[in-house]
Design a protein around this ligand. Structure first.
Ligand SMILES: *Cc1c(COP(=O)(O)O)cnc(C)c1O
Length: 394
């Protein structure tokens, strides 16, 4: 087994380390306080009080009311709940507006809606330009009288590009269309105040902000028509059946509290580390290109294409040094498909295949950045020596 203490972990958009402060508050609810929050006895009642407290903490981070917070099992469930809820609330509306760069939780759902619901849907997938940003004029034109919901991510998991959610939500509200945002990558990294926004649904996930895996939240604005996705007991005021994942909910509450406290550091120290890594890689490695908008971007994410090499090969070499990151390609059915996000941005084939996403967190150090900056140039140079594309082009 690889010893975690020597791993250089730069894959925080895939998942994050559970903060020690989070684990600490979770443990009692896995050991001693195992009651069911729905029980009538005081033993269960104190567990319910812990869930209530966690709900308040999540709401505080988002600028929401605790009553607007619905605990789910993950970001994916929150996304599905929001979209299916709108489709069931407005059965005669069969149009959805989304983007080409959504996480699979939204992208694959929208692609399979006809099969999943037995109804025909019209899905508008908005294009992005070369730096991954949206054209708001095209967005406005896409909104139609039969649009049941808009679902647009707040920040992209691959490039970190941030979309103008405030403006987009306002435009949807003006047309009376419910607005959902998958904010899984944004929550904890950038400030969010739902009181000032026309957002009706927002998804987040515990394990992307140093909370545990297997817990998420769907924010549902008060008064928004809602149909539950999981039907069962009366948990979550009838909005999500199933006994609460108490320890994880308590952990997520603590993670939200820490996120509020750590956001300044994320925006200064983490961003400085990210910028050092990014500038170092771009200046020391020829034919390296930054993917995504330079400014409208999460402070922790850097997606760089190393032309003429395969992302998977780069990752394997990085893995020899226990450096963890992600590539933009997904190995599907034996063929290496470049990421749908980079393809939508029009990143050329030779660059899209060699893209690496570095995603940092408050746990990264300057020494780790230096280590990666030392190891990357020889890895890329070595792989290029073996690349037929490199020899032909360079
Ligand atoms: C990780 C992620 C999800 C899925 O969250 P899970 O809790 O893993 O289901 C959805 N959207 C985005 C943008 C993500 O990064």
């Amino acid at each position: 087994m690889i010893r975690p203490e020597i791993v250089v972990y730069m894959d925080n958009n895939a998942t994050t380390k559970v903060a020690p402060e989070v684990l600490e508050v979770m443990m009692p609810y896995l050991q001693d306080y195992y009651g069911n929050p729905s029980s009538m006895h005081r033993f269960g009642g104190q567990v319910e009080a812990a869930v209530t407290e966690a709900r308040r903490k999540v709401a505080t981070l988002l600028g929401a009311d605790p009553e607007e917070i619905v605990f789910t099992s993950c970001g994916t469930e929150s996304d599905s709940t929001a979209i299916f809820s709108a489709l069931q609330s407005f059965p005669d509306k069969r149009h959805i507006v989304t983007t080409r760069v959504e996480h699979p939780a939204v992208k694959n759902l929208c692609e399979n809606l006809d099969t999943l619901t037995g109804h025909k849907h019209r899905v508008t997938r908005l294009m992005v330009d070369a730096d991954g940003t949206l054209d708001l004029q095209k967005y406005e034109e896409a909104l139609a009288d039969d649009t049941a919901i808009v679902s647009v991510m707040w920040a992209n998991n691959e490039t970190g590009v941030i979309f103008p959610i405030a403006e987009m939500a306002r435009m949807a509200r003006a047309r009376g269309i419910p607005f959902h945002t998958d904010a899984v990558q944004a929550v904890g990294k950038i400030p969010i105040n739902l009181k000032e926004l026309d957002v009706d649904f927002l998804s987040l996930s515990g394990h992307k902000l140093h909370g545990p895996k297997g817990v998420g939240v769907l924010y549902v604005r008060r008064g928004t028509p809602f149909v539950p996705f999981l039907v069962g007991g009366h948990q979550e005021k009838g909005r999500r059946g199933g006994t609460e994942n108490v320890a994880s909910i308590v952990g997520l509450g603590r993670a939200c509290e820490l996120a509020a406290a750590n956001m300044a550091e994320e925006n200064s120290r983490v961003k400085a580390l990210r910028d050092k890594l990014e500038q170092g890689l771009l200046s020391s490695i020829p034919h390296a290109i930054l993917n995504g908008h330079k400014i409208d971007r999460l402070p922790n994410t850097s997606n760089i294409s190393f032309e003429y090499v395969e992302g998977e090969a780069i990752l394997l070499h990085m893995d020899q040094y226990n450096i963890c990151a992600s590539s933009g390609s997904a190995c599907t059915s034996g063929s290496l498909e470049p990421s749908h996000v980079l393809r939508a941005m029009g990143v050329p084939f030779t660059a899209a295949h060699g893209s690496i996403r570095y995603s940092l967190s408050i746990y990264n150090t300057e020494e780790e950045i230096d280590f990666v900056l030392e190891k990357m140039p020889p890895i890329i140079a070595g792989l290029r020596q073996m690349s037929p594309f490199w020899k032909a082009d360079a």
